[in-house]
Design a protein around this ligand. Structure first.
Ligand code: HEC
Length: 203
């Protein structure tokens, strides 16, 4: 005889199963998980909780700051710009700054949009390499070319300027040349051999 105290399920095939309620702590745990999930969604998806991308960018920025400590404060002069134009790692960083801050006006490859073509040999405000850093720091033509000196770290100014200068001769076409043709930049010194980890190879 089944115990009348125990609730039983009796499906059509005659097999009997217990139908006890789950323990209260389990229901509470489930409830808490759902409540936590709702808060999570509200904070991260609806609210302004940090996204994985923002976390990653913050980590990269943190890392760049550490590297800035190693290189010190760069001078916006010709020898410094040439040195960094020869360092592919730093030019990759310069490129990311360019993509964030400059390409809307100068085009993704530097061929010019609102701002002049940076790939040709003609310049309006530049005669020597250091003038690139000066224009980037101070801006030009009123604020048509914004001043970046107050918005970027001094090293970022040098690195994005060096990258912008390195675009010269990298592509053809685009916006018609503006200004006058200036002499070529001095030669870029040979870069140091890349570190083994940079290539992803194990020693
Ligand atoms: C809002 C649009 C805009 C943005 C953003 C912008 N520029 Fe410019 N840039 C201009 C304009 C317009 C000029 C031309 C100024 C003039 O007519 O004298 C210019 C000029 C320049 C020049 C001098 C070119 C020459 O022929 O003299 C350089 C170098 C330059 N920009 C680099 C940059 C870099 C690097 C960035 C990003 C950090 C940047 N620009 C962001 C609009 C912009």
């Amino acid at each position: 005889m089944p115990n009348p105290e125990v609730r039983l399920l009796e499906p059509h095939d005659g097999i009997q199963e217990y139908d006890n309620p789950i323990p209260a702590w389990m229901s509470w745990t489930l409830g808490l998980i759902i409540a936590w999930g709702v808060c999570y969604l509200l904070f991260y998806l609806v609210g302004d909780g940090p996204t994985a991308k923002a976390d990653y960018e913050a980590a990269v920025a943190e890392n760049i700051k550490l590297q800035f400590q190693e290189i010190g404060t760069l001078k916006p002069d010709e020898p410094t710009m040439l040195t960094y134009m020869g360092k592919p790692d730093w030019m990759a960083f310069g490129k990311s700054l360019y993509q964030t801050n400059c390409q809307s006006c100068h085009g993704p490859t530097g061929l010019g949009v609102v701002g002049p073509n940076l790939c040709d040999d003609a310049y309006k405000n530049v005669e020597k390499l250091a003038d690139v850093a000066r224009v980037v720091t101070q801006g030009a033509a009123g604020a048509a070319m914004p001043a970046w000196g107050a918005r970027l770290h001094p090293n970022e100014v040098v690195l994005v300027s060096a990258y912008a200068a390195s675009l010269r001769g990298s592509a053809t076409g685009g916006k018609a040349p503006e200004g006058k043709i200036i002499p070529a930049w001095p030669p870029v010194p040979k870069s140091e051999p890349p570190k083994p980890e940079a290539k992803g190879t194990k020693p």
